[in-house]
Design a protein around this ligand. Structure first.
Ligand SMILES: CC(C)[C@H](C(=O)O)[C@@H](O)C(=O)O
Length: 440
């Protein structure tokens, strides 16, 4: 019997020739990522269990990324970043993307922004490796053919001390996305479609492997959007077989060697679903669950108060290019927040041109709020002074990943998850809007 790409990575990481779903195995970790929310807790567990003077297992395999609650006056949030800094110094952690001057993020060249996109841009998402992160959207890196998943602080503290973790091998659900992608659909529509089909518990502790010609034709950023939301269906990890598109991206970010794995033709799947993407339509996830799917056009009577374009899921350069395609030459009817995921994405807003104008010019000319400093910002609410936080019971169309009550701040606010096209089209009308109204 053949193996899936996930099984092969886990077999290699546990120094076995074969692993099977359901087996508990010890894996060697290639990268451990933590951020300002969970880093202090992880460090606390590490020190308690391994000793106040203990050294981490490998100072070059730990990546510390302040990204969640950065641009805030909240003292505890600020203290969390200080704890990361002290630890990085004490342990000589090689990859610490620090921010010291919060008043001017551009004065901090080391500062990146949202961890999942920073991991990719800094070359930490390499095919065939094992990445654990103290964040549920760590599955984002599965787009690179890496085994990547979120863990809690206790597991992360254990990895800090040992470089290993005991995990159960997940069974794989394959999603084959065939057909020509219509020019009004984005990866976000596909993943919302799938989550709507299988529910937020539909892939619990399983691998979601995305394959098929529509996936092969996607850019790395669109592939990341697919894998990023695997956790929204309960998935342990998302994965996509590496190919030339992957290698081109990875080689531009790192010269570290890596090994690629591919699913065998006789591999065993827990389930195998096929979609013809040419038949799909733009969708949203209505409040208050990512699986509460509806066609965007069915929600045309939903009046909205704001639009938010940002986060690991929907704040990458491609996401803004797609939003700009719709916004160019029109005026937004509601406050529209632009939050680039990383400093690199922020720079792209001022250098990347769409039809002769930079993305930032397009956004400002169409009446959007000036692009914010890169961070997770209001994707998960945050302290009261967080940029874009929902502090009133308003309705928002957002390119982020979750729409549970209180997710963006105010508990009674309503969030419609959507693609950058749908978010931008909605900004132009003040209602949830199918982007076909503005495309073509
Ligand atoms: C803060 C962190 C633990 C959390 C996560 O794990 O996902 C956050 O990033 C989120 O998106 O909800």
């Amino acid at each position: 019997m053949g193996m899936t790409l996930t099984e092969k990575i886990l077999a290699k990481a546990s120094r076995r020739s074969v692993v099977e779903p359901g087996e508990n195995i010890w894996v060697n970790v290639d990268v451990l990522m933590t951020h300002d929310v969970c880093g202090p807790g992880t460090i606390g567990v590490f020190k308690r269990e391994f000793g106040a003077d203990a050294k981490v297992w490998d100072a070059e395999k730990i990546v510390l990324i302040p990204d969640h609650y950065i641009f805030t006056a909240d003292e505890r949030a600020n203290r969390n970043v200080d704890i990361l800094r002290d630890f990085a110094q004490e342990q000589s952690i090689k990859y610490f993307y620090d921010i010291t001057d919060r008043a001017n993020f551009k004065a901090n060249p080391d500062y990146k922004g949202v961890c999942h996109i920073a991991l990719a841009q800094e070359g930490h998402t390499r095919p065939g490796e094992v990445l654990f992160g103290t964040d549920s959207h760590t599955c984002n890196a599965g787009a690179f053919g890496q085994f990547a998943t979120g863990i809690g602080n206790t597991d992360a503290g254990f990895i800090m001390g040992t470089g290993k973790l005991l995990i159960k091998v997940p069974a794989t659900m394959r999603f084959v996305l065939n057909g020509e992608m219509p020019d009004y659909l984005l990866a976000k529509d596909l993943i919302l479609q799938i989550i709507g089909d299988i529910s937020v518990a539909g892939a619990t502790y399983r691998t979601m492997e995305f394959a098929g010609e529509a996936v092969q034709r996607m850019t790395m950023e669109e592939r990341m959007t697919l894998c990023n939301m695997a956790i929204e269906a309960g998935g342990k990890n998302g994965t996509i077989a590496p190919d030339e598109t992957t290698y081109e991206y990875v080689r531009a970010c790192t010269d570290k060697p890596f090994e690629s794995f591919y699913t065998d033709s006789d591999a065993n799947f827990y389930s195998d679903r096929t979609y013809d993407v040419s038949q799909l339509e733009p969708v949203v996830a209505k409040p208050h669950s990512p699986d509460n799917r509806a066609l965007a056009r069915e929600c045309r009577d939903v009046k909205i108060d704001r639009v938010y374009i940002g986060s690991c899921t929907g704040g990458k350069t491609t996401d803004f290019v797609n939003a700009a395609r719709i916004l160019k030459g029109h005026q937004v009817k509601v406050p529209t927040y632009i939050v680039p995921a990383t400093q690199k994405v922020y720079e792209d807003l001022f250098t990347y041109k769409h039809e002769g104008q930079t993305l930032s010019e397009i956004f400002l000319n169409s009446g959007c709020i000036e692009p914010a400093a890169p961070s997770c910002a209001a994707c998960l609410g945050g302290p009261k002074d967080t940029f874009g936080r929902m502090n009133k019971p308003e309705v928002c169309v957002s390119t982020t990943n979750r729409n549970f009550p209180g997710r963006m701040g105010e508990k009674t606010a309503q969030i419609y998850l959507a693609s950058p096209y749908t978010a931008a089209a909605s900004a132009l009308t003040g209602y949830v809007t199918d982007p076909r109204e503005f495309l073509g």
